[in-house]
Design a protein around this ligand. Structure first.
Ligand code: SF4
Length: 254
């Protein structure tokens, strides 16, 4: 769905509902920080994740906030990082790909090899996203994500807390029961910085060469890896049953 207009802040029921959900999410974040320390939040810089950034930083919750800089992000995303750091007076912990992995990829596949095959695209996502994410999660007790259950069919069963028994890592999704409208009510009501590409029909934003605007009626994820079939559109950023693995159809913003 394209966000056609910003939600109506004059709707008191919606505003109250969002305030209640934000309070519950804040309590959950505090509890996770207390129970699973050290805890990190994988901030993809999408709209949901800016809500979580606001909740964590404004409430001074002891959760490290990190982002992955793949080196291929849109300029608007870098502008958001700069804007957010000024807005909150805090620094994001940025994880970059290993330079040798990127160099090997470029030598093997070329700088735009991700367009050539699903395998080459996944190799790029692994070097630029998955490996840095694994480094960011190493030694942590839990990680927080901005996933919402209604974002895709595969996320319908999304749990607020999922136990990773293999790696003894918990994944928490405090916004799992939020709607898109509620996310934008929160952003508007609290003047949360957000990526300006969202105003240009980019509901899901990843790397610049792999993200485009969507058309009315298109799925929210249609602008990501649009040259691939739907069932290959994952880059492997989420832990499922204790392992970093792809969710079969839709994926998180990175
Ligand atoms: S989204 Fe595209 S550019 Fe970014 S890591 Fe994946 S394949 Fe590479």
């Amino acid at each position: 769905m394209i966000r056609e207009s910003l939600p109506d802040l004059a709707n008191p029921e919606l505003v109250n509902s969002v305030a209640e959900k934000a309070a519950r999410a804040t309590t959950l974040l505090r509890n996770i920080a207390r129970d699973y320390a050290p805890v990190v939040f994988a901030n993809s810089l999408g709209a949901e994740d800016m809500v979580l950034t606001d909740l964590i930083w404004r409430n001074d919750i002891n959760i490290g906030v990190f982002s992955l800089d793949t080196g291929r992000l849109p300029v608007e995303t870098y502008e958001l990082i700069h804007q957010a750091e000024i807005h909150y007076g805090r620094k994001l912990d940025i994880f970059f790909p290993r330079h040798d992995a990127v160099e090997t990829y470029a030598r093997t596949h070329g700088s735009h090899g991700f367009y050539d095959s699903v395998g080459a695209r996944k190799a790029c996502c692994h070097a630029r996203k998955v490996e840095p994410l694994q480094r960011a999660l190493a030694g942590k007790g839990a990680w927080v994500t901005g996933l919402r259950a209604t974002q895709s069919t595969t996320r319908d069963k999304l749990k607020v807390i999922a136990q990773d028994t293999t790696n003894n890592l918990v994944k928490a999704s405090p916004l799992s029961d939020w709607s898109e409208a509620e996310v934008w009510v929160y952003i508007r009501a609290n003047r949360v910085p957000y990526n300006r590409l969202h105003d240009r029909n980019y509901p899901s934003i990843g790397c610049a060469p792999c993200t485009r605007a969507i058309q009315p009626g298109e799925d929210v994820r249609a602008g990501r890896w649009w040259w691939e079939s739907a069932d290959t559109k994952e880059c492997g950023l989420h832990l499922v049953d204790g392992r970093l693995q792809r969710i079969s159809k839709q994926e998180v913003e990175a």
